[in-house]
Structure formats: C-alpha cells, structure tokens
Design a protein around this ligand. Sequence first.
Ligand SMILES: Cc1cc2nc3c(=O)[nH]c(=O)nc-3n(C[C@H](O)[C@H](O)[C@H](O)COP(=O)(O)O)c2cc1C
Length: 175
Amino acid sequence: MARILVACSTVDGHTRTICRRIQGRLEAAGHAVTLRAMEEVGATDLAAHDKVVVGASIRYGKHRPNVVAFANTNAELLAGKPSAFFSVNIVARKPLKNRPETNPYVRKFLQQVRWKPRELDVFAGKLDYPRYRFFDRQMIRFIMLVTRGPTDPSAVVEFTDWDRVEAFAQRVSVM
Ligand SMILES: Cc1cc2nc3c(=O)[nH]c(=O)nc-3n(C[C@H](O)[C@H](O)[C@H](O)COP(=O)(O)O)c2cc1C
C-alpha cells in the first residue's frame, strides 16, 4: 500500500474526471490516494506521499505555467520517488499523435522540465462546444475544421480511451 498524490491541472474539469478514474483504480488496488488541484500542491504534500502523479490539460498549445514551475521547483523531491505524468489534449485523438513519444505537447513538456517521470501517457480529451465562450468556440471549431474534427457548435464529444486510462493507473499502482 502506497500513499499516492494525484495533482490535477484542469480548466473545464475533464482532466479531473480522468484523475478521479485513476484515483478509483488505485484505491481499488489498496492505495491511499490524495487528489489535489495543481494550484494547491506544495513541497509538503510531495514529502508526505510515496508516489506522485501529475495530470494536466492543454489550452492553446500549452500546459498551465504552474505545472512546468511545479516540476522544476520540485525536481529533486520528484526524483526521489516514483512519479508519473499525463497530458490531456485534443490532438491526441489522432492515432499518430496519441503516444508520449509522438504527442507534441508531451515532448515539449519534457524539454521544459528537469523532471523525468517514470510513467508517461497522453489521453485524448473532451470537446464541449456549448460550454465554451464564443471566442474559444470559434477558435476550436476552426482548428477542428483544419484537422477534420467535429465542428457542429452543439457537439459534446469525449475522445478519451478509458481502457488506456485504466492501464496507466495499473502501471502507477506497481511503479
Ligand atoms: C480554449 C481551448 C483551447 C484548447 N487548445 C488546445 C490545443 O491547443 N491543443 C489541443 O490538443 N487541445 C486543445 N484544447 C482541448 C483541451 O485540451 C481538451 O478539451 C481537454 O479535454 C480539456 O481538459 P480540461 O477540461 O481538464 O481543461 C483546447 C480546449 C479549449 C477549450
């Protein structure tokens, strides 16, 4: 049984939903899991847990700057325990961009940080046009038009492969 910290960086909540699924899987395996918003996690939380998982979504090409800052500020602490990172983005719905090695945002993140997570993954996110502000909706529709995704402004589409999320949680369980 390990004490596992799951830190979650989300804007519209989908990454939190993924974090909760991971939490459920880990708890079913007998671990004690703390799920926290990235903004609330500090060095004390890191020290109090045996393993760390960070999940973060992409907006306009970037993970939130506090995710990069967290990884670099706590690089030494993170190096001292098993850790895992996953990114959530819509580009990952494309088969050629849905692996950590082929997803541009995961690759960029790893270049930005001194952290070397033991486990890595990337999950396709959720489109929720009705929820977005007008500007964001138009921007995402344009990106979807160019990349051949859904453009219907009433569309809500979840691209996440939940089996893959479960498999990731299983790797975290034994890492
Ligand atoms: C305003 C906005 C900008 C986004 N920009 C990108 C992007 O640049 N690349 C990408 O792959 N996905 C992009 N997405 C898709 C999100 O990563 C996806 O919806 C994800 O599920 C959001 O997770 P969250 O609800 O945890 O924030 C964007 C979504 C929104 C609403």
